[in-house]
Ligand binder design. Structure first.
Ligand code: COA
Length: 326
């Protein structure tokens, strides 16, 4: 099997900043509660004229530039999103003409907050088998349009953003050491969007009952999140013959700062080795890992040879780990 590399990364965050104080004016919450319970101070909210594929396309363009590839070099476009432009067609298809990729295969994957890692793992397989040379993986989310702005238990957490990576058979960035994916659908109703599919088609009643928004049982998810992310990390480390001590940076899905602190403790990785930017972006689901990763690359924290653990957890439930040597 050939090697698979991360050749370049790009991100896009909408311009509008919404602070906890802005939320105080809209729901019964406080800046203190949000910071203490989640670590979030502010987040980005997309402009009314933007859609998810616009955010994704911006990040994808930056990733292609960073990788030094053009549209002609891309063989496949994968978009991970839990907030698609439309159910049909895929957000990847909406995004495709914005990137000059017409005619190239394009599809979405639905793995919620683990979507970017799932996308990287799928791309990795296509590259390792020699089927494709360059796969563009995008995690793009506009959660602000899919959440209930009256439900304080979730609206203060979620936000908008996008990240992308070019997974390639040629080196230049990071080498993927391994990947491990998991899901457990028996927990589906811990985080879901009930209506609008075949289970509960859209009707006046589903709209009146506010069933077209995400519903989350936050504290049940919290406990499973920490254990799942620690377990999948250990499985992957064992598979590739490494240990926790070999991890230079944890780049986790940014769901809650307390989840990340517990994870670092469980893995016995010091807190200053965890890339955290939840205070400025909130939870951007499939966009959160690339948003954190790109920041740590650009500010020089990540050095050549560093081993990076990308680890995520989200609705499905889904969870995953990927190891990259930069
Ligand atoms: N502002 C003020 N109070 C709030 C609030 C808000 N925005 N949201 C909830 N509360 C209240 C609750 O109503 C509850 O009040 P009560 O004790 O009077 O019933 C209290 O705060 C505690 O709620 P709880 O849900 O137990 O808080 P928590 O410490 O578990 O924090 C989350 C809530 C959602 C921040 C936290 O559980 C979490 O981050 N969970 C994981 C999310 C996740 O991983 N999602 C999936 C992957 S993306």
């Amino acid at each position: 099997m050939a090697e698979a590399y991360i050749k370049g990364i790009g991100t896009y965050a909408p311009q509008r900043v919404m602070t906890n104080f802005d939320w105080e004016k809209l729901v019964d919450t406080t800046n203190e509660w949000i910071i203490q319970r989640t670590g979030i101070k502010e987040r980005r909210i997309a402009a009314p004229e933007e859609v998810t594929s616009d955010l994704g396309a911006q990040a994808a363009k930056e990733a292609m530039e960073a990788a030094g590839v053009s549209s002609e070099d891309i063989d496949l476009l994968i978009c991970a999103t839990a907030s698609p432009d439309t159910i049909l067609p895929s957000t990847a298809c909406w995004m495709q003409p914005k990137l000059g990729l017409e005619g190239k295969p394009a599809f979405d994957i639905s793995a919620a907050c683990s979507g970017f890692a799932y996308g990287l793992a799928i791309a990795e397989q296509f590259v390792r088998t020699g089927k494709y040379r360059n796969v563009l993986v995008v995690g793009a989310e506009m959660l602000s349009r899919m959440m209930d702005w009256k439900d304080r238990s979730i609206c203060v957490l979620l936000a908008d953003g996008a990240g992308a990576a070019v997974v390639s058979s040629e080196g230049g960035g990071g080498r993927i050491l391994g990947s491990r994916l998991h899901a457990d659908g028996t927990y589906a109703e811990l985080l879901w969007l009930p209506a609008g599919g075949t289970k509960m088609p859209a009707s006046h009643e589903t709209v009146d009952k506010r069933l077209h928004y995400y519903i989350m049982k936050g504290n049940e998810l919290f406990k499973i999140a920490v254990k799942s992310m620690a377990d999948v990390t250990r499985e992957l480390l064992e598979e590739v013959g490494l240990s926790e001590k070999d991890i230079d940076w944890i780049i986790p899905h940014q769901a809650n700062i307390r989840i990340l602190q517990s994870l670092a403790k469980r893995l016995r990785v010091s807190w200053d080795r965890v890339v955290v930017n939840i205070e400025r972006y909130g939870n951007t689901s499939a966009a959160s890992i690339p948003l954190a990763w790109d920041e740590a690359l650009k500010d020089g924290r990540i050095k050549r040879g560093d081993r990076l653990l990308l680890v995520s957890f989200g609705g499905g439930l889904t969870w995953s780990a990927i190891l990259v040597e930069w």
